[in-house]
Design a protein around this ligand. Structure first.
Ligand SMILES: C[S@@+](CC[C@H](N)C(=O)[O-])C[C@H]1O[C@@H](n2cnc3c(N)ncnc32)[C@H](O)[C@@H]1O
Length: 258
């Protein structure tokens, strides 16, 4: 009998983000790319008070965290489960003379274990550059959404991004073929759910779940978040070549805790 092939887990993803090529990639972006224009616009729109206590999930090497500081926010807590990226984030803050950013080692699917991330401690939360979709398993992504909901106080906004597998007609055709593979059990054996991808590129291996819009709307509703808006990035801002080289088109999601 052929040996069973192990599914991708959070551990697989953490190891991939801790790999040297991934660390270099995200550290470079944190130092030289900074916030995307679309991120800056939506952050300014939904977090108008620079005194807001913000929680950034999946902060990586600090690209967004440092960007928030430079926008004027002063109460920012970033967390990530990849220790090597967190080291980079702390170095970046030191190098830029930023004191007061809090970086925590925490897993978005186990926020209850992190005593610093208390109930209702934050006025807003972010999970940018598709980090939420790098959590394998829909239930685990919902657990992360619930944890962020608990960490925020009433009236807080959550901003995050995902791909949208229905956005591009060429991609749509590929997903149609992928659906047929799943229907007859011929999908890649390490994947958990339709919509998952695990691919190699110059900065290592990446797991990504690509949802459709209905899936995210259902997940927000299931985790007590109220949908506010969702918009493709190109409709928010025209990004520089450097940003487009770093990151594919994505959908921004904004939800509120009521
Ligand atoms: C695409 S990277 C984005 C990093 C950074 N926010 C940026 O925009 O450059 C996604 C980040 O999410 C983190 N991440 C993924 N799953 C996580 C989890 N379960 N808990 C905490 N962080 C997680 C990864 O370690 C990685 O740093």
């Amino acid at each position: 009998m052929a040996p069973e092939i192990a599914k991708i887990t959070g551990e697989t993803v953490r190891a991939d983000f801790n790999s040297i090529n991934a660390v270099l990639h995200y550290a470079r972006a944190a130092h030289f790319l900074g916030l995307w224009e679309s991120e800056r616009i939506l952050i300014g729109k939904y977090f108008p008070d620079c005194g807001a206590r913000l929680l950034e999930a999946g902060c990586g090497a600090g690209r967004v965290t440092a960007g928030l500081w430079h926008m004027g926010y002063r109460h920012i807590t970033g967390f990530d489960f990849a220790e090597e990226l967190l080291d980079q984030a702390r170095n970046l803050a030191t190098e830029q003379g930023i004191a007061g950013l809090k970086f925590l080692h925490a897993d978005a699917t186990r926020l209850g274990d992190c005593h610093i991330i208390n109930d209702s401690a934050f006025d807003g939360a972010l999970f940018l550059f598709n980090g939420l979709m790098q959590i394998p398993g829909r239930e685990n992504r919902q657990t992360a959404l619930r944890g962020l909901h608990r960490a925020c106080q009433t009236g807080a906004h959550l901003i995050f991004t995902t791909h949208d597998r229905n956005d591009d007609p060429v991609e749509r055709a590929k997903w149609q073929r992928e659906a047929e593979a799943w229907a007859c059990g011929e999908q890649a054996p390490r994947l958990l759910e339709f919509g998952d991808r695990y691919f190699a590129h110059e900065h290592g291996q990446t797991f990504m779940h690509l949802p459709d819009r209905a899936e995210i709307l259902a997940d927000l509703a299931a985790t007590s978040w109220t949908h506010v808006e969702d918009t493709m990035r190109r409709e928010v801002a025209s990004e520089s070549r450097a940003v487009r080289d770093f990151s594919d088109e994505c959908r921004f999601w904004v939800a509120i805790k009521i």
